[in-house]
Design a binder for this molecule. Structure first.
Ligand SMILES: C[S@@+](CC[C@H](N)C(=O)[O-])C[C@H]1O[C@@H](n2cnc3c(N)ncnc32)[C@H](O)[C@@H]1O
Length: 456
């Protein structure tokens, strides 16, 4: 079987710093150039590119192998790619100056490298060196904190604004920060691949320019600033575990705009992506009235209203959040069918005669007894035959997985009075207790699933 004319394996192996590997020698740029050039030369359907682990010629990377020819290229740079694509993939003539001719020599080199690698691993094992994955886990805070500080200071916007003249001194002047410290931060951002540096002038790498610069279409800075709030709460984890309760508890309504605006921006970014998936999975047909409890930015109500012109929705949230929802609803041009209601989902009656009640990313904020109570009130809010949709992390019975949900439970431990992540059995039991029937789980892409139930 040969589904493609050519299948190219490009080594993208990253090894600990200081060891030769294709990633350290620029394989990412080669892969990007390859994909770009194949598109330009209209060969995407003929040539399949697969990134792979070590091909064994580590000192001479970036390496790639082309099948069915069995051609091994070494020392390939991004600048070589147009020639390879044109000559080899378009005209069937391998690029002589880059290929390895001597198969026996290649095999010998790979075998020697493998033996050296095995010996080095044994030596590390014998010396009790911490495995890289463990070290990476322990030091993960360093990369996170560098990027968060850069976002907090709006470094990437400053670099873009000073394009061509973004020295450390210029950026420090713009940000009103210390020049020496700013230089160190900028250098670290280069090491992380978020900036580039040429003759003391910094520039944004493509991903930083796309997501971290003011005014770009995919500007994610506001949503990402929510992580600054989370950094503060996560830093209390040890104390939380010692004492068994949240250390810095402030109810949502007591948190200022500094907290609320990035939080709802983060929710909105996620919701805008997931709302079409939910609408597709749940269906908007036949829904006259929708109640979006803790609806945040209103993204789900907006998506349902967009899918059914007869549908009216109410976004129920705190007084501090409802103005943000109102803005999103107005921007979507749905002010006549999507309304807002200020209330407290922990205690208020939720209304009546709804066909659909959404609890998206709500149950994890609450303790089990609060969820039981909320589900009873959601039941009351539904018309007979109406449906309740819960979207959240749905855990396995022992709560050790999925991984994202087990980590998110900690987010709730440090940030809420009684929140956590709950299992499918827990949801099913609470729903039946509240009177619901036809409880079923609906899998969605990503870390959250749905639990759907019906009021008989
Ligand atoms: C995690 S967000 C989810 C937002 C939205 N449902 C979504 O999925 O994007 C939780 C929402 O619940 C709201 N909320 C928190 N406590 C509340 C309360 N006591 N009463 C009403 N809404 C509340 C928050 O303001 C926020 O909009």
């Amino acid at each position: 079987m040969q589904p493609f004319r050519y299948h190219v394996f490009v080594c993208d192996q990253r090894k600990p710093e200081g060891l030769p590997c294709c990633a350290a020698r620029g394989s990412a740029a080669v892969i990007e150039a390859l994909r770009r050039e194949l598109a330009t030369q209209d060969l995407l359907d003929a040539v399949q590119v697969t990134t792979c682990g070590s091909l064994g010629l580590c000192e001479r990377g970036p390496n790639l192998v082309v099948y069915p020819d069995g051609i091994w290229y070494s020392g390939v740079g991004a600048a070589d790619v147009p020639e390879i694509v044109r000559e080899h993939f378009q005209n069937g003539r391998p690029v002589e100056r880059l290929l390895n001719r001597d198969g026996a020599a290649v095999k010998r080199e790979i075998t020697e490298n493998r033996s050296r690698m095995v010996a080095a691993l044994k030596a590390r094992e014998a010396a009790g060196v911490l495995p890289d994955e463990l070290l990476g886990m322990i030091r993960g805070y360093q990369e996170s904190r560098i990027l968060l500080t850069a976002i907090e200071l709006d470094v990437f916007t400053a670099v873009e604004r000073r394009a061509g003249q973004a020295t450390a001194t210029a950026i420090a002047t713009e940000l009103q920060t210390d020049a020496r410290a700013t230089g160190m931060l900028l250098n670290a951002l280069v090491a992380l691949g978020l900036l580039t540096k040429l003759a003391n002038t910094f520039a944004n790498a493509p991903a930083a320019r796309r997501f971290f610069v003011a005014g770009t279409p995919d500007d994610a800075r506001m949503a990402l600033r929510h992580n600054l709030s989370l950094w503060a709460t996560w830093s209390t984890l040890t104390q939380c575990v010692r004492e068994g309760h949240v250390v810095r508890n402030r109810e949502m309504q007591e948190r200022g705009d500094d907290w609320t605006t990035p939080f709802i921006a983060a929710m909105h970014r996620n919701a805008a992506l997931r709302a079409p998936l939910m609408v597709k999975a749940v269906g908007a047909e036949g829904v006259r009235r929708l109640l979006d409890v803790g609806g945040g930015s209103g993204a789900y109500s907006i998506a349902f209203a967009g899918a059914n012109p007869a549908l009216h929705a109410d976004v129920f949230d705190l007084a501090t959040v409802v103005p943000i929802a109102t803005r999103h609803i107005a921007e979507a041009g749905l002010g006549d069918r999507v309304g807002t209601r200020v209330g407290d989902l922990r205690k208020d009656a939720l209304g009546s005669d709804y066909d659909l009640v959404l609890l998206s990313a709500i149950c994890h904020m609450l303790a089990a007894h609060e969820n039981r109570d909320l589900l009873r009130r959601a039941f009351q809010a539904l018309a007979p035959g109406g449906r309740l949709v819960i979207q959240d992390h749905i855990m396995n019975a022992d709560k050790t997985g999925p991984r994202a949900g087990a980590l998110f439970a900690i987010n709730m431990l440090v940030g809420t009075a009684g929140g956590g992540t709950y299992s499918e059995d827990e949801y099913a039991q609470w729903l039946r207790e509240a009177g619901f029937a036809q409880v079923r789980r609906v899998a969605l892409p990503g870390p959250n699933d749905l639990v759907v139930a019906q009021r008989p």
